[in-house]
Unconditional design. Structure first.
Length: 887
């Protein structure tokens, strides 16, 4: 039997990872050594693995630069409609491997690093995650950037360069402990600071009314400094820009008016201004109305709009007279990722009316045609409602503008529905009950030409429930754009074995057109393919087991079913329901230790918002249950419970390809879409899930019979809300549920502090908004079906193949194509921008003129001398080398 391939060898075989090429490898090694020497100032005697990572990162970056400049020049030459994706979060994760893949450099880099005697995976592990996001919303923004570049859109991501991203989670004694994420400590090779493009952002002050209109005066200024990160498309030479703003205090900050004379204190106070971009708010699906957060939201919006308007005006250069904004919506589309950047709407109005002197109605018409808004949640606690008082102090002019927008809006409604005071109250941008607040979702709906939800079911809930009044008024405004994931990171990068297997079976085109995965349906009964798919999964599980054993000192049974539930910890995501299943399995093993049992490794991971008490208790409960289960000799290797510490993008890339069973068990109607569900499906896991979010469309694509669907549907939940949900009835009628709850309640899993989980059981009995007990019985039964199928590996893998084949819809390329054509008014293109190092393109004008002059002289006067030919050749070579920017 042939020896199994090493990871290095496996990766080499994959042609979708680029051609090795002797020249490429030599060039990369040269670049690597040059950067180790000149950039890192190290030799191989003292270089650390991190130095090697940086040397490689800089080498790969060199290959981006020419394409990046060329792409931006191309946009200036062709002046396409620009798409701006505004988001408070971009959860990018690592960049090195993704860049190598998208540039087709992966194999050549692997070979170069191997020849240098280093290990590629060790180097890749040195990279910090760019954790500038909380969960799905931020990761979606990152996937969208990849797809927009791959589809050749002139797109930009705009956000904040947080100095501290999402906290690092440590589990100590079973509790979550947060640590600051100092991700920039060693420097970030992927960003380019642009201090020369710094822009002012104003806060506070007051509004002066004059003949010429309103004036916002006496403001405090904070500077926004851009940092640009390249976003390469997959194999198309396009490199777009993600521009993140960092807050800088002006040099006269606090030195002019007050604080006179206290120079030292004024310098120390620069921190106050610079705190704006210090840290990401670690809430997922929760609104925390803090002033600093509002500052962040306005900061990104104000800087970005200045940049957008500058670029719009630049593209108009050469046309005579003052700039006309009539064509603005034909040249600019701005997508609001949730309401977080909603202040862009009043800010654009302010610039148009107060600065550019457009009349209100013209400005409003242009504004509405420019913006589109994506809603990400219907949970009331997540909807942003900023108190009027805060806005009045921080952004007084914007509050006036919001009032005026509201006036026009309410006038329209009362004209259509006179007398219907309740409707007017419901639809106002200003909420009156319990302190005046601005409802930011209402502002976004009114200020946009398109509003979308992120999965069919969620978009329907928005239309018929949460924003019903608005969709009755303007039904054509409301759309659906089901979320997606990029197959580059979530298949090629994280699961090379499966990516290659698929490429062998159906060719490589699926990477850019994921719907082609359908072709795999033809192989559902192919024994070789079934065996290969199952082998890839087993390899991934073994690799992940080794990682777990190293990190957690737990012995894992790699032939057990890997049952994985990873996502933010939230009551609505119902990690508690999973926990009750664990306890139930444990009790069954103990009750009947000799009975056959399908071995499972249950892996749960995710971060809890630091201020979310119940979420932290849920983590403690899972770890406490794990302690008892994992140590019980009766259980042995049948059941293991792992709490996966510090779940983040780079850890998702490891665990997802190793998963057999994906848990997507939110209460129907609460998870807007989910994207983790799609990642698991694409990577050959089966799903146990409720009919919620994108699970519904996954079932539509794969067939409900190929998923493990259980529990209440949205209609059942609504019905139960009318009838009333009584947790006690379920507890009394389901003996296994009663046993599990009694154990948790009585301290069975925490004998030292028997009262510890009273808060949890109290919530489950008395105010469980997410109805855990109501779905318990069906969930347990459904898990039994999972066990049954798992005992038949062939049938299991056949279902896996059907799921992979049906996952094509969930490529973010499809999502972005839909946004492009149905919201932004732009068309994807597979045009390849000419590569940057074609000599004529790279020459600058003077050098080109000089070369041509020499050439003319030489050819005109010395045609008969062979020495002239040599001279021509010499000059050609010499000069083109000198001026060729691309290394
Ligand atoms: C390219 C072309 C150049 C432009 C520059 C900045 O190098 O003309 O000024 O990009 O790009 P924007 O930020 O203006 O898009």
């Amino acid at each position: 039997m042939a020896a199994p391939l090493t990871d290095q060898e496996k990766r080499k075989q994959i042609s979708i990872r680029g051609i090795v090429g002797v020249e490429n490898v030599a060039e990369l090694k040269k670049g690597f050594n040059r950067h180790l020497h000149f950039t890192l100032v190290k030799d191989r005697n003292v270089a650390t693995p991190r130095d090697y990572y940086f040397a490689l990162a800089h080498t790969v970056r060199d290959h981006l630069v020419g394409r990046w400049i060329r792409t931006q020049q191309f946009y200036y030459e062709t002046d396409p409609k620009r798409v701006y994706y505004l988001s408070l979060e971009f959860y990018m994760g690592r960049t090195l491997q993704n860049t190598m893949i998208n540039l087709g450099l992966q194999n050549a880099c692997d070979e170069a690093i191997y020849q240098l005697g280093l290990d590629m995976e060790d180097l890749e592990e040195m990279e910090e995650d760019a954790g500038l996001g909380n969960g799905g919303l931020g990761r979606l923004a990152a996937c969208f950037l990849d797809s927009m570049a791959t589809l050749g859109l002139a797109a930009y991501g705009y956000g904040i360069r947080y100095e501290y991203g999402i906290f690092n989670q440590k589990i100590k004694n079973g509790w979550q402990v947060e640590e600051a994420d100092d991700w920039l400590r060693h420097g970030n090779p992927w960003e380019k600071a642009r201090p020369e493009y710094m822009l002012p952002v104003h806060f506070y002050g007051r509004v002066e009314e004059s003949k010429g209109g309103a004036k916002w005066v006496d403001t405090q200024v904070v500077l926004a400094m851009p940092y640009d990160t390249p976003i390469p498309g997959y194999m198309n030479n396009t490199v777009n820009t993600m521009r993140l703003w960092s807050a800088r205090a002006p040099n006269d900050f606090n030195l002019m008016d007050f604080n006179v004379g206290d120079y030292i204190q004024a310098v120390l106070d620069r921190n106050l201004a610079e705190n704006i971009s210090r840290v990401l708010y670690p809430n997922d699906n929760f609104f925390e109305g803090k002033e600093l957060r509002l500052k962040q939201e306005y900061f990104v919006v104000a800087a970005t709009l200045q940049d957008i308007i500058r670029r719009f005006k630049n593209s108009k250069k050469g046309s005579s007279g003052p700039v006309s904004f009539d064509s603005f919506p034909e040249k600019v589309a701005i997508q609001l990722n949730d309401t977080h950047p909603a202040m862009a709407i009043p800010e654009l109005m302010r610039v148009f009316v107060d600065v550019e002197k457009l009349d209100w109605d013209t400005a409003w018409a242009i504004t509405k045609r420019t913006f589109a808004y994506t809603n990400h949640t219907v949970l009331p606690e997540a909807l942003e409602r900023w108190p009027i008082g805060l806005l009045e102090t921080l952004l007084p002019r914007h509050l006036q503008i919001i009032y005026r927008i509201n006036q026009g809006h309410l006038d329209e409604i009362s004209a259509l529905f006179p007398e219907d005071m309740d409707r007017i109250r419901r639809m106002s941008l200003i909420e009156e009950d319990g302190g005046k607040r601005v409802n930011m979702a209402h502002l976004c709906i009114v200020g946009s030409h398109a509003v979308n939800g992120v999965a069919e079911i969620h978009s329907n809930i928005i239309k018929t429930d949460v924003f019903r009044d608005f969709s009755e008024l303007e039904p054509e405004k409301f759309q659906n754009k089901t979320n997606g994931i990029t197959p580059r990171r979530w298949l090629l990068l994280c699961n090379p074995g499966l990516a290659e297997l698929i490429a062998e079976a159906i060719g490589e085109e699926y990477v850019k057109d994921l719907s082609q995965l359908q072709k795999l349906n033809e192989l559902v009964d192919d024994d070789t393919f079934i065996r290969d798919v199952s082998k890839v999964k087993q390899d991934n599980k073994e690799k992940f087991s080794q990682y777990l054993e190293k990190e957690y000192m737990v012995e894992i049974n790699p032939s057990s079913m890997f049952d994985v539930h990873v996502k933010r910890i939230h009551e609505y995501k119902r990690q508690l329901l999973n926990c009750l299943h664990i306890v139930t399995m444990y009790n069954r093993i103990r009750k009947n230790p000799k009975a056959p049992f399908v071995p499972r490794t249950v892996i749960i991971g995710g971060k809890a918002a630091p201020g979310y008490h119940m979420a932290k208790m849920i983590i403690k409960l899972i770890t406490a249950v794990g302690e008892v289960v994992n140590k019980d000799p009766v259980v042995g290797s049948k059941l293991k419970v792992i709490y996966l510490e510090n779940y983040r993008v780079s850890l998702a890339e490891k665990v997802i390809p190793a998963t057999d069973l994906s848990e997507q068990i939110s209460t129907a109607g609460t998870e807007a879409s989910g994207t983790g569900n799609m990642k698991f499906m694409l990577n050959g896991a089966l799903t146990i899930g409720t009919m919620d979010g994108a699970n519904v469309e996954m079932a539509e694509e794969a067939g409900e019979e190929n998923m493990f669907i259980f529990g209440m549907r949205v209609e059942d939940v609504a019905e139960m809300d009318v009838q009333g949900y009584d947790a006690m009835t379920y507890y009394q009628n389901i003996p296994e549920l009663k046993q599990a709850i009694d154990q948790i309640n009585s301290g069975f899993f925490c004998p030292k502090q028997p009262e510890l989980f009273k808060d949890v059981t109290n919530m489950l009995f008395n105010h469980d908004r997410f109805k855990v007990f109501a779905d318990y019985e069906d969930y347990i039964k459904c898990q039994e079906k999972v066990n049954e199928l798992y005992q038949n590996p062939r049938e299991w893998t056949k279902m896996v193949i059907k799921n992979i084949a049906a996952s094509g819809k969930f490529s973010s390329d499809r999502t972005i194509t839909d946004y492009a054509t149905e919201v932004w008014g732009v068309e994807p293109t597979d045009l390849k921008i000419p590569p940057p190092n074609e000599p004529r393109e790279a020459l600058d004008e003077t050098a080109r003129a000089l070369r041509e002059k020499c050439y003319t002289v030489a050819t005109r006067f010395l045609p008969c001398l062979s020495v002239a030919n040599w001279l021509i050749l010499y000059l050609k070579v010499k000069l083109s080398k000198k001026v060729d920017h691309d290394p």
